[in-house]
Design a protein around this ligand. Structure first.
Ligand code: GLN
Length: 492
């Protein structure tokens, strides 16, 4: 018999609307599944059982009214559970950002995306694990313990949205929110064998997203299939006066029924992304997926993104520089927890010295150095100029193709601890994902195979700004003719 937590997103929506299951039942089933697996996987920092059941009951009441009078339409997401990465605030719920410094921070407000999805009737199951302040690629930098990859518990789920990706693939949530500053939605989605969308910078509000690198941060979705993201994404995007970088380009409904494949799509393959250093099985699976896309009618073209090799150093100057400025607010006085002392400077020193983790301190030091007088032009200023060149590479390529295909990460999920003493090796994990953040463009990843250890392999498609619909529809077309996205690591 199919368990409730095995229902696909569309089946959930149909069963809720037909009354076959209630949101209360569905929410209970997910909470039970979380309880069963959390000890092994540890996808959550906070589970919000009580609030979830209250939201579910509210959704059920709305369904009851609607069934009597269907003239007032309901949101397709009414009563559907959601997991939220613990860097997005939810009113009256603790928001830690994976850090001890926010260990006692209960948010007085909702992030705009959370507001939008609660308005759509969704039910929040809990807050998922993340690297501290989203700095990392493995969730090992969380102050609340590592998340384990459901495909192999001795491996990382990727990061920083590792809790969200692990929760979705282990059926602990049907869909989840993540954030992506340099790959934090796409890489964990790839490591866990699920689908992840990083939207165009500015398309989704950053209000209530705890800032890491403000010119790079974007909130997006992690789901079992592109079709699920097609339903969620329009509901979480749109202009927000509370975010000064929010853009006013409304997104219409994404209609997957129209025709399977966007007509006459051209897909660029950048040779700079297929260099040595990629695990051979990863490259083979990606090339096969490109062949599948070609067989669906997409035209394949080789393209060049010549400044790709500078993306990693540029990112690791700009992101820490912005982080060092953003994290200055955690001084033990205005925000977060405090280590007390009789002297002000001593409070700052002790609070920041004890409550920030090692990676966060490393980034603050790197960023402060890059911004310091005498070095600003040489490091931060120069990085900004090269960032423009990277963006221009993409602008040029999108004159001749609609989308770009690339690996997500050079490897599949690595062992917990493998990069613990080698930050550079960890930073190299992001080499294929961070260019999209530097350029502000959208990217989607979805599973295209497995390696010899039975670990999922993902492909990444990038698009020109505001082309999320093309990305989602192309991923959906691929998922209509393949079944990698339906594979599951843990039986129900
Ligand atoms: N791994 C990258 C970093 O540590 C990206 C993280 C992210 O996208 N939040 O900065």
């Amino acid at each position: 018999m199919t368990q409730i937590t095995e229902l696909t997103f569309q089946e959930i929506i149909n069963s809720l609307q037909s009354g076959e299951i209630s949101s209360h039942q569905l929410t209970k089933a997910y909470l039970k599944r979380i309880e069963k697996l959390e000890e092994d996987i540890h996808a959550f920092i906070t589970i919000t059982e009580e609030q979830a059941l209250t939201q579910a009951d509210k959704a059920d009441k709305r369904f009851a009214v609607w069934r009597k009078d269907k003239t007032q339409p309901i949101s397709p997401l009414l009563g559907v559970p959601l997991a939220v990465k613990d860097v997005l605030t939810v009113h009256n719920i603790r928001c830690t950002a994976g850090s001890k410094i926010l260990g006692n921070f209960v948010s007085p407000y909702n992030a705009t995306v959370v507001d939008q999805l609660l308005d759509a009737g969704m039910v929040i199951l809990g807050k998922t694990n993340t690297d501290e302040f989203a700095m990392g690629s493995s969730t090992e930098n969380s102050a609340y313990g590592v998340t384990h990859n459901p495909w192999d518990l001795s491996r990382v789920p990727g990061g920083s949205s590792g809790g969200s990706a692990a929760a979705v693939v282990a059926n602990m949530a049907p869909i989840a929110l993540g954030t992506d500053t340099g790959g934090s939605i796409r890489q964990p989605a790839s490591f866990c064998g699920v689908t992840g969308l990083k939207p165009t910078y500015g398309r989704v509000s950053r209000f209530g997203l705890i800032a890491y690198g403000s010119s790079l941060d974007s909130a997006g979705a992690i789901a079992r299939a592109a079709a699920d993201i097609a339903l969620l994404f329009p509901m979480m995007s749109g202009f927000d006066p509370k975010d000064s970088t929010s853009v006013n380009i409304p997104i219409e409904r994404i209609n997957l029924q129209d025709n399977i494949m966007p007509a006459q799509l051209r897909l660029g393959i950048p040779k700079e992304y297929f260099t040595s250093g990629i695990q051979p099985e990863v490259e083979i699976a990606i090339r096969k997926a490109i062949n599948v896309l070609e067989s669906l009618g997409i035209e394949i073209k080789e393209v060049n993104l010549p400044h790709t090799k500078y993306a990693l150093p540029v990112y690791y100057l700009i992101a820490p520089a912005e982080a060092s400025a953003n994290l200055a607010r955690y001084d033990g006085i205005r925000y977060g927890s405090r280590v007390d002392s009789t002297e002000m400077w001593d409070i700052f020193r002790k609070t920041r010295g004890t409550l920030f983790g090692a990676e966060v301190k490393r980034r603050i030091m790197l960023g402060t150095y890059a911004l310091s007088a005498g070095y600003y032009d040489e490091y931060y200023g120069k990085a900004q100029k090269v960032r423009t060149l990277i963006k221009e590479d993409f602008d040029n390529v999108f004159k001749t193709v609609d989308l770009i295909a690339a690996p997500v990460s050079p490897t599949t999920a690595f062992k917990i601890g493998a990069h613990r003493d080698d930050p550079l090796a960890m930073y190299l994990e992001d080499i294929f994902t961070l260019p999209a953040n530097l350029a502000g463009i959208p990217g989607i990843t979805f599973p295209v195979g497995f390696d010899s250890h039975c670990l999922p392999i993902g492909i990444q498609l990038m698009g020109a700004p505001f082309q999320e619909e093309k990305l989602i529809r192309t991923a959906h077309a691929y998922q209509m003719v393949t079944d990698w996205h339906t594979r599951k690591p843990i039986p129900n």
